[in-house]
Design a protein around this ligand. Structure first.
Ligand code: HEC
Ligand code: HEC
Length: 276
C-alpha cells in the first residue's frame, strides 16, 4: 500500500521535472510539407525544369491495347521544385509518378510514365497532360499514330481449307488455329469495336466468298431482334456460326445486345417491315 502511493508520487514529481524537455521535443519534430500552390496554374517559366521533350509521338497498330510514354525532367534551379499534381486531358490516360507533393532536389532528374488506353481509337490521336508544380504548370503533349493492321493475305488453299472446315463444323472458326485470326480478343469489347474484331473478317473482307452477304444491303426487313437472333444462333447448315456462349460461341448476352444495337443503327432496314 505504502509502496504504491510512493510510486505514484515519484511519477508525479518526474512529470513536473521533465515537462520543459517534452515541450522542446514537440518543437523539433519534422515539419509537415505544405506546398505553395499559388503558382500552380501560371505557365512554368523557362529554366526551371529541363524536359527531354514536351511533345512525344509513338506509332501503334489499331487494335493495340495501350500506348506508353516516359517523360524525363531535371530540376535546373538551385531550389527545390515541388510537383503538385498531374491532370491528363482524358480518362483514357493514366500517369505513374511518385506520390505528390513530390520534391525534386536541385540537379536531380525525375520520370513520369503515361499510359493511353487505345480502346476504340483510330487515326492520329492527340492527348495533353497538365503537369503542375509550385513554380508553374507545363502542358505535355502526346501523339499516337495509329495505322490499321496489315491485311491478312491467304492462299486459295488456305481459304478452301477454312471453308471446308466450316462446312463440317460452322463453329470451327472459334477453335485452334482458326481462332488466331477469327476471334481476336473479344473480352471487354462492344458495339463497333466488337464488330471490327469479330464480324468484319468475314463480312467486310474485300475478297470474301460469294456466300458471305453484304450486311449493308440485306434484302430482308431487319430489326434489332433480327440482328440479335442471327448473332446468337447463326444458321445451321451454313458457314455463319453461332456467337452466343450458350451456343458454343465467344460472346455474352451484353456483347450481343451491343452488336445488335450498333448494326441496327448503322444498317437501318432496307426493306419495309413485314406486315406493312
Ligand atoms: C466465318 C465467317 C463469318 C463470320 C465470322 C460472321 N459471319 Fe455472318 N454470315 C456468314 C455467312 C457465310 C452467312 C450466310 C449464311 C447463309 O448461308 O444464309 C452469314 C450471314 C449473316 C447474316 C444473315 C444475313 C441475311 O442474309 O439475312 C447476318 C445478319 C450476319 N451474318 C451477321 C453477322 C455478325 C453480326 C457477325 C459477327 C458477330 C457475323 N455475321 C460473323 C459468315 C460469317
Ligand atoms: C491467317 C488468318 C486466318 C486463319 C488462320 C483462318 N482464317 Fe478464315 N478467313 C480469314 C480472312 C482474312 C477471311 C476473309 C476472306 C478473305 O480475305 O479471303 C476468312 C474467311 C473465312 C470464311 C468465310 C468464307 C470466305 O472465304 O470468305 C470462313 C468460313 C472461314 N474463314 C473459316 C475458317 C476456318 C474454319 C479456319 C480454320 C481451319 C480459318 N478460317 C482460318 C483469315 C483466316
Amino acid at each position: 500500500m505504502y509502496r504504491t502511493i510512493f510510486a505514484v508520487a515519484a511519477i508525479f514529481t518526474a512529470g513536473i521535472m521533465f515537462a520543459p524537455a517534452q515541450n522542446s521535443n514537440t518543437v523539433t519534430s519534422a515539419p509537415v510539407l505544405v506546398p505553395d500552390t499559388t503558382h500552380q496554374n501560371d505557365p512554368l517559366p523557362d529554366g526551371v525544369l529541363a524536359f527531354d521533350a514536351t511533345l512525344k509521338s509513338v506509332d501503334a497498330t489499331e487494335g493495340d491495347d495501350f500506348a506508353r510514354f516516359t517523360f524525363s525532367f531535371t530540376n535546373v534551379t538551385p531550389n527545390i521544385v515541388t510537383v503538385l499534381n498531374v491532370h491528363p486531358s482524358c480518362g483514357c490516360t493514366t500517369a505513374e509518378l511518385p506520390p505528390v507533393p513530390w520534391q525534386l532536389i536541385p540537379g536531380t532528374n525525375g520520370q513520369m510514365k503515361l499510359t493511353v488506353n487505345l480502346a476504340g481509337k483510330t487515326g492520329t490521336v492527340f492527348k495533353t497532360v497538365d503537369f503542375s508544380t509550385d513554380k508553374g504548370k507545363k502542358q505535355l503533349m502526346l501523339r499516337i499514330n495509329l495505322t490499321p493492321p496489315p491485311a491478312i493475305v491467304m492462299t486459295e488453299e488456305q481459304k478452301a481449307a477454312g471453308i471446308a472446315a466450316s462446312k463440317l463444323d460452322r463453329q470451327a472458326v472459334f477453335k485452334g488455329d482458326c481462332a488466331s485470326c477469327h476471334v481476336k480478343k473479344v473480352e471487354g469489347k462492344f458495339g463497333q469495336e466488337l464488330f471490327k474484331s469479330t464480324c468484319a473478317i468475314c463480312h467486310e473482307a474485300a475478297n470474301r466468298a460469294t456466300m458471305v452477304p453484304d450486311l449493308a444491303n440485306l434484302k430482308v426487313p431487319t430489326t434489332e431482334a433480327f440482328w440479335r437472333t442471327w448473332i446468337t444462333y447463326g444458321k445451321p447448315g451454313s458457314l455463319m456460326p453461332s456467337f452466343a456462349k450458350s451456343e458454343g460461341g465467344p460472346l455474352d448476352d451484353i456483347q450481343i445486345a451491343s452488336l445488335a444495337q450498333y448494326l441496327n443503327t448503322i444498317h437501318p432496314s432496307q426493306a419495309p417491315p413485314v406486315g406493312n
